[in-house]
Design a protein around this ligand. Structure first.
Ligand SMILES: C[S@@+](CC[C@H](N)C(=O)[O-])C[C@H]1O[C@@H](n2cnc3c(N)ncnc32)[C@H](O)[C@@H]1O
Length: 288
């Protein structure tokens, strides 16, 4: 593994428990939304028709959701999986080993807010829910453009919103809890992560890309859902929880904590009425 940088205070990476929770969340996201993921990679395959990629780059790969799905889709390809977090890359390496594809994965630890890492030329790049973490996404897109071979593709995926799971009336607390949590979170994100939910079309064009396609993916899973959906809901709301102190009422915080308590009778893990509702937008852009 190349070792460009270890710690990045601004993204909060490098803190063990936080990263462990993030890793769990990313893995559950991949597991619960696997059919969406398969749709996206099939869509890319269609647009890459005739020239399947051999070298793929996953930017801000996390635990490897995109990297591993793309390796499955493109059986002739290798992937460079790049992230700032050594811990997430380590987890990715273990998963690749379990899947028998370790020899097709190279992990690179690098901070994309710094100098562009030496990864060579690639045929396909993928950035899912990662550009919004960058201080200057335009600069990163210029780097990707230069790293792609002429004719190569970049897929960018952005969350329109965090997933929602709960009915309006939970039977405990005041109805509308999840909506209030999301509204409070949106305020915080507007301050701290201004690129979250961006329209990446204009920045892609500005970096020199030609946009081949833009497509919404709407996810709406209805009950009964398998057990990982409950754990995904708990991991998502648990991550949100830490941002909500002082932003929602103490009554709402207490209800949220009741849901998050995995052993309690009102735990979210016990609910049979969970849904998974979220939307993502994908752009497929080409370096001509
Ligand atoms: C929301 S996660 C998405 C992970 C993965 N792409 C997925 O779809 O599951 C964002 C990822 O971007 C990484 N990241 C954040 N800032 C970064 C930076 N400056 N350089 C490289 N990676 C970064 C984080 O460590 C994290 O793994």
């Amino acid at each position: 593994m190349e070792n460009h940088r270890h710690h990045h205070p601004a993204t909060g990476t490098g803190t063990g428990t936080d990263e462990f929770a993030m890793a769990e969340l990313l893995d559950l996201d991949a597991e619960v939304l696997h059919s969406y993921l398969s749709e996206v990679t099939a869509w890319i395959q269609q647009l890459a028709a005739g020239l399947p990629p051999r070298r793929i780059l996953d930017l801000g790969c996390g635990t490897g959701t995109g990297a591993l799905a793309l390796l499955q889709r493109f059986e002739q390809a290798d992937v460079v999986a790049l992230d700032i977090s050594a811990q997430l890359l380590h987890r990715l390496t273990g998963k690749a080993r379990d899947l028998g594809v370790a020899d097709r994965v190279r992990t690179v630890q690098a901070d994309l807010d710094g100098a562009w890492p030496a990864i060579g030329t690639v045929d396909l790049a993928w950035a899912s829910s990662s550009l919004h973490h960058m201080a200057d996404p335009g600069r990163v897109l210029t780097g990707v453009f230069a790293a792609l071979r002429p004719g190569g593709l970049l897929a960018v995926i952005e969350m329109d919103s965090f997933p929602r799971f709960l009915p309006d009336d939970l039977g405990i607390g005041r109805p509308g809890l999840e909506a209030r949590c999301h509204a409070a979170l949106a305020d915080r994100h507007a301050d701290e992560m201004p690129h979250l939910g961006s329209d990446w079309g204009p920045p892609l064009s500005q970096a020199g890309f030609t946009i081949e396609a833009e497509r919404p993916f709407v996810i709406d899973l209805a009950p009964p859902l398998p057990a990982p959906a409950g754990r995904y809901a708990r991991a998502t709301l648990g991550r949100i929880r830490s941002s909500l102190d002082g932003r929602i009422s103490t009554d709402d915080l207490a209800t949220l904590d009741t849901l998050l308590d995995s052993d309690g009778p009102d735990s979210i893990l016990q609910r049979r009425d969970l849904t998974v509702r979220t939307a993502r937008t994908a752009w497929l852009a080409r370096r001509r």
